[in-house]
Unconditional design. Structure first.
Length: 304
């Protein structure tokens, strides 16, 4: 009986595979029609303008789906909060709203399926604007109605505008490193640094991380380019997971401040896997415990 059942196992497996492939094919051929996917490019635009002047730029709205949709365009001020750069789209009290400088060629349009629409716009800087960095975001938003559920879903994407009004602008900043453990036992080691901008406009920092082992071999290399806004501090994180049970690693960190490279002191980390410590403790226990046990047995034999 068991023999007969085994003879049908290959047939059952082949049949299951065919059914799975057929099921997958049906789903691939009957993809849900009317899909909508909006993308805006470029994701950011960096411009420098003299007071009283204007520049012309454009943004591309990409419909990655197969159904056309209406899109609404708008602008908002932009700033960040905290070292993790949580974005905010409201005006800071007492500051200039640069989103008012942005004039779109249209605020409502339709993008056909699988099509790209280019929307021109201009940035007009008032005559008496003080030199420095100003920030806004251009939003493109689409909405769709679900007639059955009565739900209206919104999909919004944005392009950040990094505007520098030319003039006498101070630049500067600093790099500080997150504290690293001297001894590490298990898991990933978080490696990070903080870049501050004490100047009057933004800059792009290049944060670099590398880790070398005891032989000097590079086991990690990472590089990140990030915007740093004026009068803010930005934390840039990476991570390293040691593969050896025991080892000594050296962490190297650096970042550019307004184009000037600044390097942090190297940090040495001693990695010891707790399983290895447990094994060593176990061996030590055996090496100590066996002679002690033998000595006890000898004493008992003499006493007997």
């Amino acid at each position: 009986m068991v023999h007969r059942f085994r003879r049908f196992i290959p047939v059952f497996i082949i049949g299951l595979a065919i059914a799975t492939i057929g099921h997958t094919s049906v789903h691939a051929q009957t993809a849900t029609p009317g899909t909508k996917a909006i993308t805006v490019t470029p994701a950011s635009t960096d411009v420098a303008i003299n007071p009283g002047s204007s520049v012309a730029r454009s943004v591309d709205i990409i419909n990655g789906g197969d159904s056309s949709f209406k899109v609404t365009l708008s602008t908002s001020p932009y700033h960040v909060s905290g070292e993790d750069y949580d974005p905010r789209f409201t005006q800071i009290p007492g500051t200039v709203d640069p989103s008012e400088w942005v004039h779109l060629s249209t605020t409502s349009t339709t993008v056909n399926g699988s099509d790209t629409l280019t929307v021109p716009y201009t940035i007009d800087v008032p005559q008496n604007t003080a030199p420095g960095g100003y920030y806004a975001v251009l939003f493109a938003e689409t909405s769709s109605d679900d007639a059955q559920s009565g739900v209206v879903s919104h999909n919004r994407v944005g392009s950040i505008l990094y505007i520098t009004v030319n003039g006498d602008i101070k630049s500067g900043g600093n790099v500080t490193g997150d504290s690293l453990p001297i001894i590490h036992f298990v898991g990933a080691i978080p490696i990070g640094l903080k870049v501050s901008n004490s100047g009057g406009t933004h800059f792009i920092t290049t944060a670099s991380y590398s880790v070398t082992d005891m032989s000097g071999k590079e086991v990690l290399k990472a590089k990140f380019d990030r915007y740093v806004l004026p009068q803010t501090e930005r934390e840039i994180k990476s991570g390293f997971t040691p593969q050896a049970l025991i080892g000594v690693y050296t962490v190297h960190r650096s970042a550019t401040i307004a184009g000037v490279l600044k390097t942090l002191p190297d940090v040495r980390i001693y990695v010891i896997n707790p399983w290895l410590l447990g094994a060593i403790a176990f061996l030590i226990g055996i090496l100590i415990g066996v002679p002690i046990e033998r000595s006890r047995r000898r004493r008992r034999s003499k006493d007997a």
